[in-house]
Design a protein around this ligand. Structure first.
Ligand code: SF4
Length: 351
């Protein structure tokens, strides 16, 4: 067993390249046709896990990456293999829950999975379906049944997490309603992210950033996590939906070799601003980059078009406030102009 600080603490593995949802804040819609739908080979998966089992500093094995993990027919087997080989690491997944069947739910609950997160971006049918493109009735029925079943065998406080983010269809009232809804179901791990991001410009309809120079990355995954997609390619990070920066391939190399390669170091240098990078370098388009100068380049009409949600409400209140200020200014300037005129006339009339 090695303790090697030149090895990632977190390993994120894309065991399938497919997602069945169509979330409005996700690059999936634009990128899903770029690569074939594939399931990772068992041999490759075992190679990754076997190497991880040699390092005691591995803390997490994350069996999803820009995909829906329940589309992997071998998921439960992989969870058990990972946990058996690397019992000190936390093994977890994040799913939209729509593909859960009773059998799969039982298999997951009875597996060695440490925890599962459900990404559920609304609690009303209208919001959920508009945001995720999934069927509300069947997904909620499946997730709620999973929660009930899990409570019988697992400590649901640790085992289940619900996560959602602010998006154009989610009102502030629904955000609060969602927190209450899941709390009432006994869920304690509820994670809310305050806003969608373009994920390095990969979501067409979201505002994009462009940094002139990057000085690092604000996320933990930049320095501590390796990201391996279904064909074994190591991509720079989970923002890299288009596989723009491929650093090696685990079919031909091992994780340690890629993680410590010269190419990886060059990319780290570019990310951290120690080396020049081209205008289109992924970190220069990423909201998570640390930059001294940041400029919002594109404000897409996406959020403005929508009739519900917090953005239009905010726009409306800003508009009302500015209108009030403008009306007051107009009233007082007219008043003073009239007063001056009348006073002139009164003085002239009196003399
Ligand atoms: S700044 Fe670069 S490394 Fe960090 S999340 Fe964005 S694209 Fe990834």
């Amino acid at each position: 067993m090695k303790r090697n600080l030149n090895f990632p603490k977190y390993v994120s593995i894309q065991t399938t390249s497919f997602c069945n949802a169509r979330c409005v804040f996700c690059p999936n819609e634009e990128t899903r046709n770029l690569f074939p739908v594939r399931i990772m080979d068992r041999g490759l998966f075992h190679k990754i896990i076997d190497e991880c089992s040699e390092y005691e500093n591995i803390e997490r094995i994350i069996l999803y990456l820009n995909n829906e993990p329940l589309t992997d027919p071998h998921l439960v087997e992989r969870i058990n293999y990972a946990k058996e080989k690397v019992p000190w690491a936390s093994v977890h997944i994040l799913s939209n829950g729509s593909l859960l069947t009773d059998d799969l739910s039982d298999n997951l609950i009875n597996s060695r999975l440490d925890w599962i997160g459900f990404s559920i971006h609304g609690v009303t049918k209208k919001t959920f379906e508009a945001a995720m493109g999934l069927d509300y009735d069947s997904t909620f029925q499946r997730v709620l049944r999973f929660i009930d079943r899990a409570k019988e065998k697992r400590n649901s406080k640790d085992f289940i997490m619900i996560t959602f983010l602010r998006h154009a269809y989610l009102t502030l009232e629904e955000k609060e309603a969602a927190i209450k809804f899941w709390s009432d179901k006994g869920i304690e791990r509820i994670s809310y992210f305050d806003g969608p991001i373009s994920r390095a410009g990969n979501v067409k309809n979201l505002p994009k950033v462009r940094h002139r120079k990057t000085q690092g990355c604000s996320t933990i995954w930049a320095t501590e996590m390796i990201h391996i997609v279904e064909n074994g390619d190591v991509v720079f990070c989970c923002m890299d939906w288009r596989r723009e920066v491929v650093l090696g391939n685990i079919n031909k190399q091992d994780i340690h070799e890629v993680w410590n390669s010269q190419l990886y170091d060059v990319m780290r240098d570019r990310r951290d601003g120690r080396r020049e990078s081209g205008e289109s370098f992924i970190c220069k388009r990423c909201e998570a980059a640390i930059s001294s100068v940041q400029q919002v380049e594109v404000m897409n009409a996406f959020t403005e078009k929508l009739k519900v949600g917090s953005y239009p409400k905010r726009c409306l209140s800003k508009f009302i406030l500015l209108s009030c200020i403008f009306a007051c200014a107009l009233f007082y300037s007219s008043y003073f102009w009239l007063f001056k005129k009348l006073r002139g006339k009164l003085i002239l009339g009196g003399s």
